[in-house]
Write a protein that binds this ligand. Structure first.
Ligand SMILES: NC(=O)C1=CN([C@@H]2O[C@H](COP(=O)(O)OP(=O)(O)OC[C@H]3O[C@@H](n4cnc5c(N)ncnc54)[C@H](O)[C@@H]3O)[C@@H](O)[C@H]2O)[C@H](O)CC1
Ligand SMILES: [K+]
Length: 512
């Protein structure tokens, strides 16, 4: 699903209004009807105090239409107009009149008004600012927002949490609504997925307001949300007359004394994702444990006992995953430098291999083009330098990826894969996956997909999704706390099956 910028949303609005020959107020009515129906379906007439805080733009207009509909259906409402500007939008004004026609009289809150009472048992509707916010709210509006947050009342935000800009980090974090639930129109907003801003929109849902589908389909976006519909077409089915050679020979290079387990996890993941053959390249100390723990894998060792000192592979691997548990010994740095120069084929680069690159920046130019780098935020910072906001981080990481023609996978709650100027935001995964070895599993999976012929960016996007899904299935059986990296590997098969599971309704209609 595409993630639009605010500018693109306004364009989609305009295009819908033109194509359908409707007024902007009709679109607002449509949007607010969806809001009302969502609330009505859950409240079913419950007599709870609903306090609606409406700004003076179209977000406020949505709030006023919702108030009218709630009132018409007998709900107990109290409307506050947060009067932060005299530039009221036309549709706001129109709906203010309609509300008054229905004998609802809002209270106007100005910079000299006191703060209204909000009890914990009230429901607050937050329609103060939407996607039009373009500067820090005035202090009195910010204080009202902080007051709403302090009330602990259930706060339902219209479109976005008020005070949260959609294309930058907030000017003043305490002036942003901490929503209990966000009902956002039509398309997801990037702020829902970034660590810095995602917490304001803990739970969110999209309401389909029928924006111009053709316009949405043809518009190119900087970010895309990756869910099942985006993943399914990327899957490469196995053919009946295939053999293990069809699915590639991956090499996992890494490990050091005390960190051989990282290679075991990566090899297991690589095999479980469908790779034909896997060879591990480890220091001598890893030989026996690897042969025992992963009997399907072949093992090559170098000349040193505890570290990787030379990388010599007597065949041409189809794909390589390098760095897990590898350490940063001087000899290992040398081995990586020589290997990068001689390789030429895209590879998956993770963990200590990334740290070696950060500390030896002259090696960056030797990374084979289209290689996949899988840093977590700390490793990313070592590669691209510090940032002051998530938006700056994304810009810097994009420039880095473009400069060296790489795929950069920024690991996090919503892992973002950057390639060719675009960001692909993952939707699977859970906090249980913040555990030792989870990244090693991802490296093995992506290397295994590369080996099977998935193009690098697709291998990364598909691998990240499947890794998260395997983690979700693992967590559903084990809980978050007990989820270990090896459980993620154990559930890769179920994750594949889940991809092709028919929705329940379809299954009933169409039993096998
Ligand atoms: N397709 C849709 O998604 C639809 C969205 N709708 C709703 O419209 C808002 C956007 O409305 P807009 O009037 O453009 O902006 P806001 O209501 O967010 O902001 C109000 C207005 O205030 C000015 N402003 C910005 N920042 C400040 C500030 N800090 N202090 C004072 N004033 C400020 C600025 O000029 C804004 O224009 C969208 O979120 C939806 O809720 C439609 O109703 C239906 C279609
Ligand atoms: K809002």
């Amino acid at each position: 699903m595409k993630i639009f910028s605010s500018h693109q949303i306004y364009q989609a609005d305009k295009s819908t209004i033109q194509k359908e020959q409707i007024t902007s107020d009709a679109l607002m009515e449509r949007a607010a009807t969806q809001l009302f129906e969502w609330m009505h379906a859950r409240l079913r007439g419950t007599q709870v105090n609903i306090k609606l805080f409406c700004g003076i733009g179209n977000n406020g207009g949505d709030g006023l239409v919702l108030a009218r509909k709630l009132h018409e259906h007998g709900y107990s409402i109290h409307v506050f107009v947060v009067n932060y500007s005299d530039k009221r939008s036309e549709d706001f004004l129109l709906n203010l009149e309609r509300l008054k026609d229905g004998k609802v009289w809002p209270d106007f809150i100005n910079n000299d008004s006191g703060l209204p009472n909000i009890s914990e048992s009230d429901i607050v509707v937050d329609a103060i600012f939407g996607i039009g916010l373009n500067r820090v709210p005035d202090d009195w509006v910010g204080n009202l927002i902080a007051h709403i947050n302090a009330s602990n009342a259930f706060t339902l935000s219209v479109d976005v949490p008020s005070g949260l800009p959609v294309d930058r980090s907030p000017w003043e974090p305490s002036y942003v609504i901490r929503s209990s639930y966000v009902l956002s129109f039509q398309l997801p907003k990037l702020i829902f997925f970034l660590p810095e801003t995602g917490a304001y929109a803990n739970q969110w849902e999209l309401l389909d307001i029928g924006l111009d589908a053709e316009f949405i389909a043809k518009t190119e976006t900087d970010f895309e949300l990756i869910g099942r519909p985006e993943i399914l077409p990327k899957y490469r089915p196995r053919s009946k007359f295939s053999h293990k050679g069809t699915y590639g020979h991956a090499v996992i290079i890494g490990g050091s004394y005390g960190k051989i387990g990282a290679v075991q996890l990566a090899c297991n993941a690589c095999l479980s994702v469908g790779c034909g053959l896997v060879t591990a390249v480890v220091p001598k100390c890893g030989y026996h444990s690897l042969q025992t723990a992963v009997p399907e894998a072949m093992v090559l060792t170098g000349s040193r006992d505890k570290i990787i000192s030379r990388i010599e592979i007597p065949f041409s691997p189809t794909a390589v995953g390098i760095g897990v548990g590898m350490g940063k010994d001087e000899d290992t740095v040398q081995a990586l430098a020589v290997y990068l120069k001689g390789s030429g084929a895209p590879m998956v680069i993770d963990a200590d291999a990334l740290n070696i690159l950060s500390e030896n920046r002259d090696l960056l130019k030797d990374i084979p083009e289209m290689s996949i780098l899988t840093p977590h935020p700390k490793e990313l910072e070592r590669l691209i330098g510090p940032w002051t906001s998530d938006f700056e981080m994304l810009d810097k990481a994009k420039s880095f990826a473009d400069r060296y023609n790489l795929v950069v996978v920024i690991k996090g709650a919503h892992t973002i894969t950057l390639y060719n100027g675009k960001g692909y935001v993952n939707t699977t995964g859970n906090p249980g996956m913040a555990t030792a070895g989870s990244g090693d599993v991802l490296t093995g999976m992506v290397a295994g997909l590369l080996a099977q012929g998935y193009p690098p960016a697709e291998a990364a996007i598909f691998g990240v999704y499947l890794h998260g899904l395997a983690g979700d299935i693992g967590a559903s059986k084990n809980g978050y706390e007990a989820l270990k990296a090896s459980i993620i590997v154990d559930n890769i098969g179920s994750a594949y099956s889940e991809l092709f599971r028919k929705p329940e309704a379809e299954q009933k209609e169409n039993p096998r």
